[in-house]
Design a protein. Structure first.
Lengths: 417, 358
């Protein structure tokens, strides 16, 4: 059996399709800046040039020099912040990807993210450690690292339980998972608001802002920096990104090297054929959603365990964007767990570029959201791009098989038995 | 008997009906938008995005027209019919651009046979991003407002609109259905009825529905499946865009900030809940609207007892506000758990039409 040449391997083609999508997205963003810049007399061509440079290389921006020209160079703060912001994106992206592999569209990541956040904050703040500093609570002899482990595990567990609900509803009652996820999202948003509303964890010490929960650092609980702060001084980076990457590798091994992973994928490809082969499809749907939930829960957990983020608790009218952003991260990575690490980092890089754009030019960070949307839109026809790539290479090869994508409701009328 | 009548015509009941309609009508019309797309065979996950876009376009149009001063004379003359014409015009503009925006989904899903869930998600990401980008450029803040005045003073019917004094008593029916009401609500109900009739009682509707069930059969009978699906998505976009503006006008005081509080997704839920049938959808939307309304104002709802005293029964239960807020979602899930066995989606939805396949 001869080895398939590098350029004809399906993996290479997936990457090429994603890269083409990304380039088109960046092009569309630049075009928008160009048009807006030309149509607005106050902006002009120079700002267009600045804007486009920042969209593409904002990560390496170091501000403006004395004459007001943009300067570029290695900026450790930006890169560290990028890694910090990538942590939740990688994990919610993994969450969506795992569910996709089982043929489920996990639009419930925001709810699972909130469940994880809520459990983590409650555990991290209500078990007093040696460094407890909330007024009126005595420090104890429990070391913070124990509480950190408990809080992280609790966050993942809460996410898993919250993800299991739509899984159970789907497998037992045949309720469409998209619908169940949307409902559980909003239920989570309200429950979390309720839980914090009656809690005594609202930040009353720093009176400047209202509506926030204490940072976990008030109890001495924070994710270890693992030396990354030395590498990227002045940034918010911590060990969370390493944990996220490790989880991605674990998911990759689970999906590709274990029987369980094979069963999950079999259910995604054809639920009824899988059942015919003796795979317990209902159990696998619940497990897949639980794993997805645990990953989304870990996203929220790590983001708030970092110690430098505050949680705005009255969240009943708004779902966390980090949850929804897992969808483009997973799509751009073609649901590949390792790919998710890179696409998550890419998305957070765009975030940083957006901030630079807001700080340094008259444009604003939402242009990067437009770019992400264009990329996702193009990745919808990644299949087309892939088949174009393959047909150019050689005719005799069979067309790339479509990744099984869950559809909203077309599996509903298929009655078992 | 008198007690019952007192309760049915109390101020509390007036408020409940009025407010329920305000929540239910955008849901209803956007859910119907979903039906049009899905019945033609295209899953429209982008309802949320199209609503956001429609809301922005509507508010922007109102703002621009106010700046151009087209309706200043009408406003000064307190000519409410003229002002409602303004609303109607804005609804049409929002609908037209909503339809145009939805063409992005139609092109990807129909011509390029792309995954419809992904295409819809892309539009959901695109709409708030575009809207916030332009809102920030236009208004220098994250919310776009009307140029002058507010939604209530321009577009709402009030007692004073008809020359009735503020304290003067009016009948129950007038109070409920005319006072403090946006006529756009009734326009939406009318559109809902007309579009439902078109879907079920005309040749066009039958053809559209056939494309969502068995496009191969439709094609063999000479129906252009691509055109029908384009029509389905376009109508869907128009209704969702209009619904987005009506939502913005009636519940967020005619402002656009790239968010419709998940109403598009809720409409999707109402559509599935209503089993893709207009009448059930209307019922589901009203139920949802009722619970939304209770959540927003349970403290001021009362019953009148035999002695004519007002009893604020929900307030007296002393249940946490958050419980009422999550109630609509919880009830939807519970009701679905009991009805999901009979749920029936259009058979061909989500599947790109391929002439060659069997």
């Amino acid at each position: 059996m001869s080895k398939t040449p590098f350029f004809r391997q399906p993996g290479t083609r997936s990457v090429m399709a994603s890269v083409i999508s990304i380039l088109c997205g960046l092009g569309a963003g630049s075009l928008m800046i160009f048009i807006v810049g030309l149509c607005t007399p106050a902006l002009g061509l120079k700002s267009v040039w600045d804007g486009i440079r920042l969209v593409i290389a904002g990560l390496f921006s170091t501000g403006r020099d004395a004459v007001g020209a943009l300067t570029f160079g290695f900026n450790p703060t930006n890169i560290g912040n990028m890694l910090f912001r990538a942590t939740p994106l990688v994990l919610t992206g993994l969450s969506v990807a795992v569910a996709f592999k089982t043929g489920l569209f996990n639009i419930g990541a925001p709810g699972q993210y909130l469940a994880g956040t809520c459990a983590t904050l409650f555990i991290a703040l209500s078990i007093p450690t040696t460094e407890m500093a909330i007024p009126g609570i005595e420090p104890t002899s429990i070391p913070p690292v124990v509480v950190w482990i408990l809080a992280f595990a609790g966050g993942m567990l809460a996410g898993a339980l919250w993800g299991a609900i739509p899984g159970l509803l789907k497998s037992l009652l045949n309720i469409n998972e998209v619908l169940a996820c949307i409902m559980t999202n909003w239920i989570a948003a309200n429950l979390v608001t309720w839980a914090f509303d009656i809690s005594n964890l609202k930040n009353l010490v720093e009176g400047t802002k209202t509506g926030y929960i204490y940072k976990t650092t008030i109890n001495g609980v924070a994710t270890s920096k693992m030396g990354l702060d030395k590498l990227f001084p002045g940034s918010q980076v911590n060990g969370g990104i390493i944990i996220a990457a490790v989880l991605a590798v674990i998911v990759y091994i689970m999906l590709t090297r274990t029987t369980f992973g094979y069963q999950l994928k079999a259910c995604g490809s054809n639920r009824f054929a899988a059942r015919y082969a003796g795979i317990k499809d209902k159990r696998n749907i619940v497990l897949s959603m639980s794993i997805a939930g645990a990953l989304a829960g870990a996203a929220g957990s790590l983001y708030y365990l970092s110690g430098n983020t505050e949680f705005f608790w009255s969240t009943y009218q708004q779902l966390p964007a980090a949850g929804f952003n897992g969808i483009p991260v997973a799509l751009l990575a073609a649901n590949h767990p390792i790919g998710v690490i890179f696409t998550g980092a890419f998305m957070s890089m765009l975030d940083i570029c957006g901030l630079q754009l807001t700080n340094l030019t008259a444009y604003n960070e939402y242009i990067t959201d437009v770019i992400i949307a264009v990329i996702v839109y193009l990745s919808a026809f990644s299949l087309l791009i892939k088949s174009l790539l393959s047909s150019r290479k050689k005719k005799d090869e069979p067309a790339v098989k479509a990744e099984p994508q869950p559809t909203l409701a077309n599996d509903q009328e298929v009655k078992p038995e | 008997m008198n007690v019952l009548l007192d309760n049915l015509t109390s101020g509390s009941m007036v408020f409940l009906i009025r407010q329920t309609l305000i929540y239910a009508v955008p849901l209803m019309i956007v859910a119907l938008a979903g039906v049009y797309a899905e019945r033609s065979g295209i899953i429209n996950l982008a309802l949320e995005g199209i609503m956001i876009f429609g809301a922005f376009i509507g508010v922007l149009f109102v703002r621009l027209v106010q700046q151009w001063g087209w309706f200043d004379a009408v406003y000064k003359a307190k000519d409410w019919i003229g002002l409602q014409g303004f609303v109607l015009l804005t609804m049409l503009v929002a609908a037209a651009l909503g339809a145009a925006f939805s063409m992005l989904l139609a092109f990807a899903a129909i011509n390029l046979k792309a995954d419809q869930t992904v295409g819809g998600t892309a539009l959901n990401l695109m709409a708030p991003a575009l809207v916030l980008f332009f809102v920030r450029l236009i208004a220098n803040q994250n919310t776009l407002q009307m140029a002058t005045g507010d939604s209530a003073s321009w577009f709402m019917l009030k007692k004073s609109t008809f020359g009735i004094g503020r304290t003067q008593e009016v009948g129950f029916l007038f109070d409920t259905f005319v006072n403090k009401v946006y006529p756009a609500t009734y326009v939406c109900i009318l559109v809902f009825i007309v579009m439902s009739v078109i879907l079920y009682k005309t040749r066009f509707g039958l053809r559209l529905r056939s494309c969502g069930e068995n496009p191969q059969a439709s094609d063999s009978l000479g129906i252009n499946v691509f055109k029908m699906r384009y029509a389905g998505v376009a109508i869907s976009g128009a209704l969702a865009g209009m619904g987005g503006f009506v939502y913005a006008m009636t519940t967020t005081n005619c402002t656009a900030n790239g968010d419709v509080a998940g109403f598009g997704f809720l409409a999707l839920a109402v559509m599935i809940f209503g089993n893709w049938k207009p009448l059930s959808i209307a019922g589901a939307a009203l139920l949802f609207g009722l619970f939304k309304c209770i959540a927003a104002s349970y403290g001021s709802l009362y019953l009148i007892n035999g002695a004519g005293e007002k009893i604020y029964f929900l307030k007296e239960l002393q249940i946490n506000t958050n419980f009422y807020r999550l109630l609509p979602y919880l009830i939807t899930l519970v009701v679905l758990a009991f009805t999901s066995k009979n749920s029936r989606a259009p058979k061909a939805e989500g599947i790109p039409y391929d002439k060659g396949s069997r």
